[in-house]
Design a protein around this ligand. Structure first.
Ligand SMILES: [Fe+2]
Length: 478
């Protein structure tokens, strides 16, 4: 690997860290001297380039504790995923990269707590849905000023275009988003734990099935190729561990991230293994009777077993299900009928009921579901029988609004909220994120919103705050 010479600094997409463990993190960057190059190469020649990384205890890099070199390979878009070990638990570190004579911006990261010791608090931001066209990125500008341990991003990190099909297309979209200084600032400030939803691939995709919006898009071979390209570009642009490197149209995203004895994040992938959607009606359609078919799956059988097994074994006080679409039942029909969004858990009602039955019977400690996808803020009770809001509350769901994507269906939701007592709060007008402060006694969710998704000078405020007490599912106003 020869040391390269660059005409311009190649670290135009910033740096990031992710998936913190007690002994380390994964560090990310991508060499991109010309990030929007039409061929998806980001201006890099088709050869391997060595990238050096350093981790230090101080921002001036006087006390470097770990260093190494990773090959940035053209087949992975010259991205770097450096897995660092040997760090101390619950500690802050600084990191940077070097390629040839060029140095990256400095990132800050933190390791997770030692699981054998008592952890008193973890604070994270729940983020999702950052449409480039929706305005960039007042929410990240605000978030980067917060005092957080990590950011949990549950999907729509980018939005595909109408003609996005190839790896070059997907790489250019990711690179474009990553040129946002505010998104870069948030990544440089905190480790991220990420999972995708639909728009990193295609709107409302389900397993091997593309959304039915035209003949070409329903061709399975075409969609498999698209899926492979989208998965690869996603991996190339996010701080994922190497186990997530895609193999063709397959990627392993579901995983657990532990925060000592306090919290375990069970990160789900409810897109890749789900059965086809029953009705594309938007934002709702009359309830399809097959949604109650127990043969239908939302997570895939293997991931469902993995989730239940993980909940059973978890010693954490709070068990966080970080996932994509709304889990609570929601009936859009304000009359005697029932209408649901079949892209959400409501379209897979038997699979959802299996999760709720498991929670009710096995009683994992404090299950809290954190959700994205619907570009609006919700606080929901999850009840023992999902469609019966008078049944016992067994878990809590916080749905975070979008960073920037719009909510054109807010009026339909708002009209139906009074008919859905399991929904305790709804707002479709504002963009932002949820700041979650978790202690052994209490979970607190502050819905942080910005006055304008695009105006980074506009102030951010807390729209509403909700708490869940240890051992008592269901949120109450703070
Ligand atoms: Fe979205």
């Amino acid at each position: 690997m020869a040391a390269p010479r660059f005409g311009t600094n190649p670290f135009t997409l910033g740096v990031a860290s992710g998936d913190p463990a007690p002994d380390g993190v994964v560090l990310w960057t991508r060499l991109a001297p010309d990030p929007l190059a039409t061929d998806g190469s980001a201006g890099m020649p088709p050869r391997v380039v060595p990238v050096h990384w350093e981790v230090a205890e101080d921002e001036a890099f006087g006390r470097i504790v770990r260093r190494g070199t990773e090959p940035a390979m053209p087949e992975l878009g010259h991205s770097v995923h450096a897995e660092v070990h040997g760090l101390r638990p619950s500690a802050d570190y600084f990191y940077r990269f070097r390629a040839g004579a060029e140095i990256s911006p400095v990132g800050r990261t933190s390791t997770a707590p030692d699981p054998r010791r008592r952890t008193d608090a973890v604070t994270f931001a729940l983020a999702s849905c950052q449409s480039w066209a929706g305005g960039r990125y007042a929410a990240y500008r605000t978030m980067a000023q917060e005092d957080l341990d990590l950011v949990v991003h549950v999907g729509d990190y980018v939005y595909e275009g109408r003609d996005t099909e190839t790896l070059a297309n997907f790489r250019r979209i990711h690179a474009q988003y990553k040129t946002s200084p505010d998104l870069q600032a948030a990544h440089a400030a905190f480790p991220f734990v990420v999972t995708f939803d639909d728009h990193e691939i295609e709107n409302n995709w389900a397993g091997g099935v593309s959304q039915p919006d035209g003949e070409a898009s329903n061709e399975p071979a075409r969609f498999a190729a698209l899926r492979a390209a989208a998965f690869q570009a996603y991996y190339e642009h996010l701080p994922l561990r190497r186990i997530a490197r895609p193999q063709g149209a397959s990627i392993r995203l579901h995983r657990r991230v532990g925060y000592g004895d306090l919290a375990t994040f069970h990160v789900l992938d409810t897109r890749q293994y789900r059965d086809p959607q029953l009705d594309p009606g938007f934002p709702s359609a009359p309830l399809h009777p097959a949604s109650a078919d127990p043969a239908r799956t939302f997570t895939g059988t293997e991931q469902e077993r993995w989730l239940f097994d993980g909940l059973d074994r978890s010693a954490a006080r709070w068990n966080v299900l970080a996932q994509q679409t709304i889990m609570a039942h929601f009936d859009y029909d304000t009359g005697p009928g029932v209408a649901v969004n079949h892209d959400q858990w409501d379209g897979y009602a038997a699979a959802r009921q299996r999760v709720l039955d498991f929670v009710a019977q096995r009683r994992p400690s404090n299950p809290v579901v954190v959700t994205s996808d619907w570009h609006s803020s919700w606080v929901n009770d999850l009840t023992a029988v999902a469609t019966d809001p008078t049944s016992a509350v067994v878990a809590t769901e916080f749905v975070g609004t979008s960073i920037s994507s719009g909510c054109g269906w807010a009026d339909e939701v708002a009209a139906a909220v009074p008919h859905n007592p399991q929904v305790k709060f709804f707002d479709g007008a504002r963009r932002g994120y949820v700041r979650c402060e978790v202690t052994p006694q209490e979970w607190r969710s502050d819905y942080r919103v910005v006055a304008s998704a695009a105006d980074t000078a506009a102030p951010a405020t807390t729209l509403t705050s909700w708490v869940v007490a240890d051992g008592r599912p269901g949120a109450v106003p703070a």
